[in-house]
Design a protein around this ligand. Sequence first.
Ligand code: ADP
Length: 162
Amino acid sequence: MKKAVYPGSFDPVTYGHMDIAKRALKVFDKLVILVSDNPNKAGLFTAIEKKDLIEKVLDEYSDSIEVIISHDLTVNETKRLGATHIVRGLRAVTDFEYEFQLTHANRVLDKTIDSVFFMTAHKYSYLSSTTVKEIAQFKGELSHFVPELVKDAIIKKMKENQ
Ligand code: ADP
């Protein structure tokens, strides 16, 4: 059984993340989505809320996708979970530099764990959680970027934070 992890902030999950997860499932039997819980990187949602949203939007894949909150280095989690690969998404050339550094740093930490990259559908290639949050702040339409329940959660959260 081929198992991979897909780490990220997912603050919140977008159609771009979902697209990458679905592509990864064509190659791997199991995908564990690792939601980072970084106290130094305050996001809009808590790790628990982010996990909950991912589980809901990818509910139809619950046999093959598990979502966990990660407090450890990705390579350590990968090994602990018995996974062999780290999945990451590439949007544009601009992602490459960061992913290049991350992959090589991870390889220094553990040379047995490899990273694989999927390119998102062209229509999501400009999409990031940050963009979604910026659009939401100015009350722009979010339906192109996130599922309805994520859209509702963002609007609710932003109202609470006002
Ligand atoms: P990070 O904060 O580590 O960049 P993110 O949650 O933003 O985490 O993203 C996790 C992974 O998903 C990264 O590899 C990122 O490149 C990828 N990703 C995010 N949005 C998209 C998208 N629209 N298309 C493809 N990959 C994406």
